[in-house]
Design a binder for this molecule. Structure first.
Ligand code: ADP
Ligand code: MG
Length: 697
């Protein structure tokens, strides 16, 4: 019988109770769902190790040998059994803390030891190993790759551990071998040399050897990524058909600003403006992601694009993630636009705009006299009505939910063009999934004359040295940021750290003036302190990460990050991007504790080694995995990933995207008879309730 129609309840080794748990915990309803639960690892039971060969901790191994000596220590609950295992040349130690009385050991008997070694001083030990007398070892136990399955706490409580999962799936194997309908067409399978679904499912669970396991997984990963791409690209194709406001004219305001600029645009800035203008004049709605490292000049690109729209008779808005940043954009744009006099009207709308001040803004938006509105998400509130909003620019997009984005374009009959700007370079694999439905423009060039920022990593022990360096910089006229981490859960303690740090600096530098800002301050106080620093009145700005995005004080050349170990790579990179904005050599100093974890050390090393945001983003993805990258949680991906991994499966993703693109290029709506399997499978996938892999232990 077709596995897709067999209720999991009636599968061998399941029953009503377990079926219920499988449904709730894993979303498994049918036998087919069950064989779609892939192992997360395999242990090679055909390989036997010698103790002398052990090097990896934490991977399962099996060793043949005998137990030469054992003794128990402690009594009652605290009792521990410790034994010496000898493989003929070397010894290791076995330890049991629980069920000691059930462990029966015999001298002079050949055993198969199976477990995970860890090294303590010079000896390897195994905690709670499996120890099987050699005459009880069955051929199956030492054959091939043994699959291991994820299970939840609740599943384990009902005996649904990895072994039970394995046996349920093993019972389905004969039926599986009769074949399941494939989800990928034969032509695609052939073109990319992929296994059939049936073979892949058999070999993912019970592989003959490593090669067939890898081929099976490759096929299943491809399938997963292929359907994600098919869904994303189909949406993109549909959206490309959306009508959009046509903005063919390159008008007076644009030209006037272009001529008035104190510098030449970089080649990359010119190129992306062309790309954006091509979209704006196409008659279809633009959905474009503008990526560029910090300091690459995205703000100016945004402004020029706004002017393109304004010259064509449309209004525009620029949305920033924080009030500070919105204010700063407003000031920056006003300065850029000063030479144009009265030709462009801009306004600022944030959460702290008073009701009274909102009235003229609302009016100006409605009657079309405001050309560019800058603000926070306050500007998508329902009371804000536009006469003809034509272009929406979203800065530092990762802080905004997709839902908020959607809200913007339902306000009009015809949706405005959308330009999303991101200063966090996004690794290619993520760009192709989370942002896969956006066209991408990249500013891959910094304005000329920038000196690369020099980065140093010091432990807190070298504080005196860092202070001396700070003094030296301030005395040559520069300014300095000192940043402290702040997380919500730990807010009180963190603010205390900040306050202590501030006091310490006041003591260390009585001759300098110091500002302090943090998120708990009133907006007005915050602004005042920022203003004092921006104007050069204060030399040091002590802050939490409120300054992470967008702040621009070109005379500030030193960024000191306290407790740098508590920041992620992309955050560190953002913070560092606050300096290096003028012509002077800039520095970033990462201060950490003495004791560092391996990962932290890697993060610091990467920061010291490179200023390249894309390299840092890739490293971040490798270190943390895709699910953790800020703002790119898997919620941005249409279907959950069960086997593919965005950090490591980039090449497969590229192929899968190509395959999906080719199919949609020929048949955008998947109407052809031969594409019916794709349409059907997409419907199936979309109909499935979302399942949260975060719940898996
Ligand atoms: P981003 O938002 O991409 O981090 P900004 O737009 O804040 O970068 O630009 C950083 C600084 O570089 C600003 O002071 C801006 O005025 C300046 N800038 C932008 N484009 C150029 C250019 N082509 N040449 C010189 N300076 C530029
Ligand atoms: Mg910016």
């Amino acid at each position: 019988m077709d596995l897709a129609y067999r209720d999991i309840t009636y599968c061998k080794n399941v029953g009503a109770k377990r079926a219920d748990i499988l449904r709730k915990e894993l979303g498994v309803n049918t036998a087919l769902d069950m064989v779609r639960q892939y192992p997360y690892k395999y242990i090679d039971r055909s390989r036997f190790y010698r103790i002398a060969e052990l090097e990896d901790e934490d991977t399962y191994v099996q060793i043949i040998g005998e137990v030469t000596e054992w003794h128990t220590v402690g009594i009652g609950k605290a009792q521990r059994l410790s034994a010496t295992f000898f493989d003929g040349t070397h010894q290791c130690e076995l330890v049991w803390f629980q069920g000691v009385k059930y462990v029966k050991l015999q001298r002079g008997v050949k055993y198969l030891l199976f477990g995970k070694p860890s090294r303590f001083q010079h000896i390897y030990n195994f905690v709670h190993p499996e120890l099987t007398p050699w005459n009880k070892v069955t051929p199956e136990m030492t054959q091939g790759l043994e699959p291991y399955y994820n299970t939840t706490e609740k599943m384990k409580r009902h005996g649904l551990n990895s072994k039970a999962m394995r046996s349920i799936i093993a019972e389905l194997l004969p039926d599986l071998k009769l074949g399941v309908p494939d989800t990928i067409g034969a032509d695609v399978l052939q073109r990319f040399r992929l296994m059939s679904l049936t073979d892949a499912l058999i070999n993912v669970h019970f592989p003959k050897d490593t090669i067939s396991m890898q081929n099976a997984r490759a096929r299943l990963k491809f399938e997963e990524l292929f359907y994600i791409q098919l869904q994303i690209l189909r949406q993109m194709k549909r959206r490309e058909q959306n009508p959009g406001f046509a903005m063919p004219l390159v008008g007076n305001r644009f030209h006037a600003l272009y001529k008035a600029l104190p510098f030449e645009l970089t080649g990359a800035q010119k190129r992306v403006i062309h790309e954006i203008h091509d979209d704006l004049k196409s008659g279809h709605q633009m959905n474009r992601l503008l990526q560029g490292d910090v300091g690459s000049g995205k703000t100016l690109v945004a402004l020029l694009c706004c002017l393109l729209a304004v010259d064509n008779g449309f209004q525009t808005c620029i949305m920033a993630p924080t009030e500070i940043l919105a204010n700063q954009h407003y000031e920056t744009l006003k300065a850029f636009l000063a030479p144009l006099g009265d030709a462009v009207h801009i306004a600022l709308l944030t959460g702290s705009t008073t009701a009274k001040n909102r009235v003229p803004i609302h009016n100006g938006l409605m009657n079309g006299t405001i050309h560019i509105l800058i603000g926070t998400h306050a500007l998508i509130e329902d009371t804000v009505q536009w006469q003809n909003l034509g272009l929406v620019v979203i800065d530092e997009q990762h802080r905004f939910g997709v839902a908020q984005r959607a809200k913007l374009w339902t306000k009009n009959q015809t949706a405005p063009h959308v330009l999303v700007m991101s200063a966090t370079p996004i690794p290619r694999t993520l760009a192709m999934t989370v942002y896969g439905d956006l066209h991408v423009s990249i500013i891959d060039e910094l304005p000329p004359g920038r000196k690369p920022i020099q980065t140093f990593h010091y432990s807190i022990k070298r504080r005196a040295q860092v202070y001396a360096f700070m003094r030296n910089q301030i005395d040559s006229g520069r300014q300095i940021y000192v940043v402290y981490p702040l997380i919500k859960e730990n807010e009180k303690l963190d603010l205390l750290d900040l306050q202590n740090g501030y006091n310490e600096l006041c003591d260390a530098f009585p001759e300098y003036r110091i500002s302090m800002v943090h998120g708990q301050m009133k907006a007005a106080d915050k602004d005042l302190q920022m203003q004092r620093f921006a104007s050069g009145e204060t030399q040091i700005l002590v802050a939490t990460t409120v300054i992470e995005v967008g702040v621009n004080v070109p005379n500030a050349t030193v960024m000191i990050i306290q407790n740098a170990e508590r920041f992620g790579l992309s955050q560190l990179h953002q913070l560092r991007g606050r300096v290096g904005r003028g012509g002077d050599q800039s520095y970033c100093v990462l201060m950490t504790d003495l004791e560092l974890s391996k990962d932290t050390r890697k993060r610091m090393d990467i920061m010291v080694a490179t200023n390249d945001g894309f390299r840092i983003a890739e490293a971040d993805l490798q270190l943390r995995g895709a699910g953790d990258i800020e703002g790119t949680q898997q919620s941005g991906i249409p279907f959950d990933l069960h086997i593919a991994n965005l950090s490591t499966d980039g090449p497969t993703l590229t192929l899968a995207r190509q395959a999906a693109m080719d199919i949609l290029d020929a048949d955008p709506l998947l109407e052809d008879e031969r594409n019916r399997i794709y349409k059907r499978q997409l419907d199936l996938l979309r109909g499935k309730p979302a399942f949260n892999w975060g719940d898996i232990s």
